[in-house]
Design a protein around this ligand. Structure first.
Ligand SMILES: [Zn+2]
Length: 231
């Protein structure tokens, strides 16, 4: 069935406002998208993302060499509906579409030639069964359309949930995260782009980057759809 006919028979609605979508509006309408709090510069967004991670974990620069994110996110912002639909409703279309845009946005700061593989932050095995898919993986598939690099889900595993970091010192936080991820492959690519949907404290991405670096990966870069901003 052609995409056009499919759209005619099964019209999709915007996850934010519920309006019928045009064929070139995957998951979310253009009007709602305009209302999202997007960064205007990919490099400045990267600095802000790293600054936020540093404020929780000290010098994260030894772990993450380049970074960027596309949107600022706060609870009750319209973007919340998008992130929720990606995470809990299995909205592949949305993940892919935002991933594709993130890939284009990122390539200003992180050159695709400087990356060997895209690695979505993995969910814990049990969580993956419960949710049936990992939204970070679908976002990474969207990025891969621009980057033309493989999405590798076989390199790293999550061995336990990342516990709450509130009230811990920087060194305690690091220690707490040390065993959160395990390397699952024998040969690792040299330069990895780690992909996640939202960075809040950065606990998860710092732990994943630490595990990757420990295994001999030379450079870990970070791409996130959104950075949580305190209200
Ligand atoms: Zn809308």
């Amino acid at each position: 069935m052609s995409a056009r006919l499919f759209h005619f028979l099964f019209p999709e609605v915007c996850v934010v406002c519920g309006k019928l979508l045009m064929p070139r509006e995957p998951g979310c309408c253009a009007d709602c998208k305009e209302g999202f709090d997007g960064f205007t510069d990919a490099r400045a967004a990267g600095h802000m993302l790293m600054h936020s991670i540093r404020s929780h974990f000290g010098k994260a620069d030894t772990l993450i060499s380049q970074a960027s994110c596309h949107y600022r996110y706060s609870r009750h912002s319209p973007l919340q509906k998008v992130l929720h639909s990606m995470k809990y409703e299995g909205n592949y279309t949305l993940c892919r579409a935002f991933g594709r845009e993130l890939g284009e946005w990122l390539s200003d700061v992180i050159q695709p030639e400087s990356i060997d593989a895209l690695v979505p932050v993995p969910l814990h095995r049990l969580k993956l069964i419960e949710r049936s898919f990992n939204q970070a993986e679908k976002i990474a598939e969207g990025i891969a359309e621009t980057f033309r690099r493989p999405v590798r889900t076989d390199l790293i595993e999550r061995c336990r949930y990342t516990e709450t970091q509130t009230g811990l010192s920087v060194s305690e936080r690091r220690e707490n995260l040390d065993a959160a991820f395990r390397i699952a492959a024998e040969a690792m690519p040299e330069r990895i782009l780690l992909v996640d949907d939202v960075v809040t404290t950065g606990a998860t991405v710092v732990a994943a980057a630490a595990a990757l670096k420990k295994s001999g990966v030379l450079a870990v870069s970070l791409a996130a759809l959104a950075l949580t901003i305190k209200e």
